[in-house]
Design a protein around this ligand. Sequence first.
Ligand SMILES: Nc1ncnc2c1ncn2[C@@H]1O[C@H](COP(=O)(O)OP(=O)(O)OP(=O)(O)O)[C@@H](O)[C@H]1O
Ligand SMILES: [Mg+2]
Length: 1043
Amino acid sequence: MVSFCNFQKGKKKLGLLDLEGALTARDRVGIQDFVLLDAHNSETAFLDNLKKRFSEDLIYTYIGTLLISVNPYKELDMYSKKHMDLYMGVNFYELPPHIYALADNAYHTMLTEANNHFILISGESGAGKTEASKKILQYYAVSCPSSALLDTVRDRMLMSNPVLEAFGNAKTLKNDNSSRFGKYMDIQFDSQGDAVGGHILSYLLEKSRVVHQNHGERNFHIFYQLVEGGEEDLLRQLGLERDTKHYNYLAQGECSSVISINDKNDWKTVRNALSVVHFDDTDMEHLFGVIASVLHLGNVQFDGDTKGYAVLNSNAELRWVSKLTGVHVQILHESLTYKRIEARTDEVLCPFTVDHAIYVRDALAKAIYGRTFTWLVNRINESLENQVRNIRKTVIGLLDIYGFEVFYVNSFEQFCINYCNEKLQQLFIQLTLKAEQEEYEAEGIEWEPVQFFNNKIICDLVEEKHRGIISVLDEECVRPGDATDLTFLEKLEEKMGNHPHFVTHKLADKKTRKTLDRGDFRLLHYAGEVTYCVVGFIDKNNDLLYRHIKEAMRQSKNSIIRQCFLSDEVDSRRRPETVATQFKNSLLGLTEILMAKEAWYVRCLKSNDNKQSGKFDDVLVRHQVKYLGLMEHLRVRRAGFAYRRRYEEFLKRYKPLCPATWPHWRGVPSEGVEKLVKHLGYQPDEYKMGRTKIFIRYARTLFATEDAYEICKHELATRIQAKYKGYRAKGEFKKQKEAATKIETCWRGVQARKEREKRAWAVKVIKKFIKGYMTRGQAKTTDNSEYLAFVRQSYLNRLRDNLPKTVLDKTTWLTPPPVMTETSAMLRQIHMRLMVRKYVRGITPQKKAQMQLKIITSAIFKGKKDSYPQSVAVPFVDTRISEQDINMRVLQTIRHERIKYSVPVVKYDRNGFKPRPRQLILTQSAVYLIEEAKIKQRVDYVSLTGVSVSNLGDTIMILHVANDDPKQKGDVVLQCDHLFEAVTKLSVLTKKQDAIKAVQGSIKFQFHGGKEGFVDFSTGQEPMVYKGKNGHLTVVAPRTRGR
Ligand SMILES: Nc1ncnc2c1ncn2[C@@H]1O[C@H](COP(=O)(O)OP(=O)(O)OP(=O)(O)O)[C@@H](O)[C@H]1O
Ligand SMILES: [Mg+2]
């Protein structure tokens, strides 16, 4: 057995996900390793797990390093190159269980430890042993390093399979390609891991098949392949017909053609394979000659003569045998019908009965075929032999051997096969316990005795010298007298009578006896009881072939046959070893071979008996689990501790579960683990601390830890995620900041460069400007042209914004720079004209009339009366008193004269100068002074001699009236707020513009009776009108700006 320690060594990767990795998936598809099955003693739990996995097409499951494989009876997509690559160099438990994982682990352990290994593949017929061994071989062929020379070895190794299968496999009721021999193949590797050679050992070929097949079974494939696929010429040379039914040795099973087998194609494969394993034409000719001669031999028939002795029915077939073997036909004839008995010096020919002759014929056929098979194996071994000698080699042996067999009737073959399995179980126990013990010792852990059944007692029962069943059988075979199968049984009863694992009808108690026939003996194998029928034991064990037949064969011209019957054997007077002893010895040899190696196990299980995919037959599998000793295996594995792991690895995985070990344990790993398990609450009996490993007794302890880890993992993941996100964000921020700084720097650079350019440009412009300024008075040059243009433009711009708004505005005009003087004057003129035009266009007829009036006002008063300038802007109106405000009687009286204008005035009495409010009405022909309904005075325009006003800012006007009319009251002194308007209207109506005078100083006025009065004008703070001390009307006009 290989310890856990061993397979951990030398891995390319030591991942976290070794054993523990498998645990995470355990809920989904059962448990990948039975060692971790809590109910490890329960067969039901065991089967449940297998079934659960099988239903998911998970055909592989481990028991520690043992691989269980359940035949799926369908192609699964798990053997591709991709899968091989996947499993290459990967730790045992990192990936789901696979035959490649086992192959790879064996290979890498072999390389790193430079020791030898073997993979034992067992299981009942049809369970998939041969397929498994082929998969392993293919894995090595594809994944091991290679060279041209090695490729040849590799091809030969791969091609040895179809050849051996053709000669050693046959269709049985259980398997269409059943291996009818045990096979052990060594694959030799050099120190680099290159496959450099190989060697095959074969065990106990089922020769009886050559001459007899049960119904529904076939002879070895090669016979059918030759008959079906052989080329015409070849068949002709061999004297064969293309009809399997023609041959007795092929026709008994009545199923020469099988759906799953294509003999024609297989023939081509085999021929090609033979040439790859270095068979030349002569070899092939002889080999096919042997096959054909066996077929012909099978067709040799005997009749009985009168005495019942055998006579040849026809010579035809024998002649072909003779032709093909190169043994004279006569000799053959004689050999098959007579036995030569040496009596002292004479030889006596003793004729055979028909049955005896048939027995001899069949014995010969079996011998030829059996020996040829051995020869073939040897021949293949020659071609596989390592060409490069003197190099360090290590090997991996592949043992594809029959598993326990229990039939309804079990014979000598089953006895041998089951004995073989007992031996292998014994080997397994020894190796497993040895390895376990060694590991305990290495780890300094006290060895705990493992409770399991040791089958040594059964091995001894079978093989012990002088006392074992084989010895008894051999004795019976050689002893003189009439030894029969029954006498053999009696001998057994005699010798084994008390053995607890041996029962016969005679020895059994009443109850057991019922289950046994008289010719049976029962062995209580480690895997269960098997009842054997003794019939045929003696014969099969003897496997006799008469000396004279061997001699005849020695004369063969066929080199293969000649090599199969060597003179040593023929000449030897010693009795050849019996089959059982041969087998026992070969197993002894095998045990020795295997004991020197480290073991890996593949146990193949048949899922059902119908070769049906997807069907899991509980009863059948349970049976196999028992017979393959899987529960035994698990028990040994689990006897001590279910789980062990190196401290470093244990700590690496579970350290997050304990604050003391997370995130790092800096101390000695074992102390870290101790702290960790204490923290987890492991009880003292649950674990032990070895030198380099922790040993955990129960799987449930580990599961609890694993579950805790699962939970913790999520928390950890979240934490790590958060940290990582933070880290990413920080990184991102840093990047952005750097980028921003970079952009900023670049931008500042750009700005600075722009600024610099701008400044340089400004300096140039300013310089030019200054130069232009300095030379502005000179003629236009390149230096000042721009300056001047600028001056012009800026003057024009400013001028545009500061143009005079009215025609009257004579002051607002920007002083032009010298270059623009002329232009400015022109523009001013244009602008004035424009304003005038605009103004003129905007004048209405009313306004025009009013302006004409204003012109008149101007002509009268401009420069003559102080208040005139203020009056200019005050517009004239048509009249100041509307007709409604004039008394009706007055209106009626004067309306016919047409009222042109009316304005309220104050009239000063001519004597006391009392002010009296009056309405002044101008008609077409006269001036009226109205007081309410009274016309106080009417002055006809003809009588109006003039109008006087002062030159000051007052509003007094004096209407001078002609004195010639005695009815007239005389001149009138009025004060009118709208003096200019009233006077102008009056002047227009009277057409006496010249009669209006602005007088400086006092104004004299006259009134009826030739009386005179004066109005004195002066200026003062407050405007006033009063009667002065001199008796004059004194008018104080407000001071105007001019005064
Ligand atoms: N891994 C597998 N995948 C698919 N089919 C398989 C697998 N293993 C076995 N089989 C099927 O089962 C059949 C029998 O397998 P195999 O010949 O390997 O059995 P065996 O154990 O060698 O039997 P025997 O003891 O009779 O030689 C194969 O021909 C194949 O059809
Ligand atoms: Mg097989």
